[in-house]
Design a protein around this ligand. Structure first.
Ligand code: IMP
Length: 475
């Protein structure tokens, strides 16, 4: 099938993740933003997300702005939706960076209804949730949870509140009085926020109304998901989740429309391995609890540490560590018999280190039991990413059964205890980077994909075979 056929009669596309985030949504958001969409909107989360975009040949990591922002010269409209939580300092920094790269940001709209991540939210998150050691869930430490908590408890600060000092003062007092933590000077916070609020003011709109207008005008709308279904506050492995609903439902609600208004939802799936960052159950994790503990040490076990520890040659270019992802030492790790080390090999081969926090991502085999559950919520259309990472692996596996459980469960304690049974597939040596035709993929990979589709009820539409947009198979 061609891309034209896939998007025939389609006016609204959503790109969401069917796992625990970091599946490579960014590449496809960027692709549909550049090739297809008139409007690009984000509806959930905040600067806990992160995607790399290339601006005028320079790599930039954005945590808030949608991928389409780099095409605003082409008249594309970018929206930060009502369901988001926004750190003003982070947003202003991203806008300034773009302006420095000669982008205008003229077509950026920020919802007046989005909630503001206040400095005290960040402090509270860092005190309570950022570290697994202090009993937290290993959050990104960006204040996401405390901000959504205040939103739900009806003491949140919305973007529109920023423009009246009186309203802001009263609302902040109500929010702060509730908590017993360190004292906050309201007037200091107001002074801190004032210049930031002034900078974003020209972009603030009733984006729900704008969105309804765009749909009526027949504009092509792309919804850019954040995080992943298994991290959703509604459908994820609670309490080890983020604080927004990152399913198609929350993503649509977060831009003011219903999920039913989305013509094509594409759920992104890393295949045949997957990852998780932060705490929480991960039944197919390579190295199990040892890997979770090791990765919770966060930056102590970052990329530089692992490259040195496993003697992988690397160089530093503009602050980035560059190495051969298919180095033979990495594949010795992947092909060894100890799953903990296999997991480290997969992390190095897949470059699985957080774009937001630099933390090592936990790695494991793609879990079809969980994917079947995700397909039931986000729908059958799938995008597979990163199979090219596995060239050189002797074998790979897919999780197909949780012992003692009929199907996926959101119950973290049960997930922690369950033993997974796998289906094994022969590995492949063929370099599949950049391949554009499905039939050219190795037999065992195609067998695994067919098995996965049958098992989950999913329907693979696109397969990524490399970081560039053209490295894509339309199946
Ligand atoms: P929070 O969203 O910062 O509150 O973090 C809650 C959980 O979600 C933690 O386990 C984070 O590691 C995870 N998380 C949040 N954002 C992302 C993301 O963009 N990718 C992967 N994991 C994420």
């Amino acid at each position: 099938m061609s891309l034209k056929k896939l998007t025939k009669d389609v006016k609204t596309i959503a790109i969401v993740c069917n796992q625990w985030g970091d599946t490579g949504k960014g590449k496809f958001s960027d692709y549909f933003a550049s090739e297809w969409a008139d409007v690009i909107a984000r509806g959930t989360g905040g600067n806990n997300a992160g995607h790399t975009v290339v601006v005028n040949g320079k790599e930039r990591i954005f945590h808030l702005l949608p991928a389409g922002i780099v095409y605003d010269g082409a008249g594309k409209i970018n929206i930060l939706g009502n369901g988001m939580v926004i750190d003003l300092e982070a947003l202003v920094k991203e806008i300034a960076q773009l302006k420095g790269d000669n982008m205008t940001c003229d077509n950026l709209m920020i919802s007046e209804d989005a909630h503001v991540i206040m400095p005290y939210h960040v402090k509270r998150d860092l005190n309570v949730n950022a570290s697994l050691k202090s009993g937290g869930i290993g959050s990104t430490g960006r204040g996401i949870g405390p901000t959504y908590a205040d939103k739900i408890a009806r003491r949140g600060i919305m973007i529109k509140d920023l423009f009246s000092e009186d309203v802001l003062f009263k609302k902040m007092k109500k929010a702060i009085d509730f908590y017993q933590d360190a004292p906050v000077s309201i007037s200091d916070v107001i002074e801190e926020l004032k210049p930031l609020a002034k900078q974003i003011k020209p972009h603030v709109r009733d984006t729900i109304k704008e969105m309804h207008g765009f749909l009526k005008q027949g504009k092509k709308v792309l919804l850019e998901g954040a995080q992943g279904l298994l991290l959703s506050i509604e459908y994820g492995t609670y309490p080890y989740v983020t604080s927004s609903d990152c399913s198609i439902n929350g993503t649509a609600a977060g831009v003011g429309i219903s999920a039913g208004a989305v013509d094509l939802t594409l759920g992104v799936v890393k295949f045949p391995y997957m990852t998780r960052v932060g705490g929480g159950p991960f039944p197919t994790e390579l190295g199990g609890p040892d890997s979770e503990r090791y990765c919770s040490e966060g930056l102590a076990h970052n990329l530089e540490f692992e490259l040195k520890e496993y003697e992988i040659p690397y160089e530093e270019h503009n602050g980035k560590l560059v190495y051969d992802h298919h180095d033979k030492r990495i594949f010795e790790l992947i092909n060894c018999n100890l799953s903990f080390y296999k997991g480290i090999g997969v992390r190095l081969a897949g470059y699985e280190y957080g774009a937001t926090t630099g933390r090592p991502r936990r790695t494991g085999w793609t879990d079809l039991v969980a994917l079947k559950y995700a397909v039931n919520i986000n729908g059958p259309n799938l995008i597979l990413t990163k199979p090219d990472v596995f060239t050189g692996a002797r074998e790979f596996k897919l999780g197909i059964e949780y012992e003692g459980l009929e199907e996926f469960t959101r119950d973290s304690q049960k997930l922690y205890k369950t033993k997974v049974n796998y289906k094994k597939f022969e590995g492949f040596d063929q370099n599949i980077a950049g391949i554009q035709q499905y039939y050219k993929l190795p037999d065992s990979l195609r067998d695994a994909i067919a098995y996965m589709e049958e098992f989950t009820g999913g329907n693979v539409r696109l397969i990524s075979t490399g970081p560039e947009a053209k490295n894509t198979i339309v199946k």
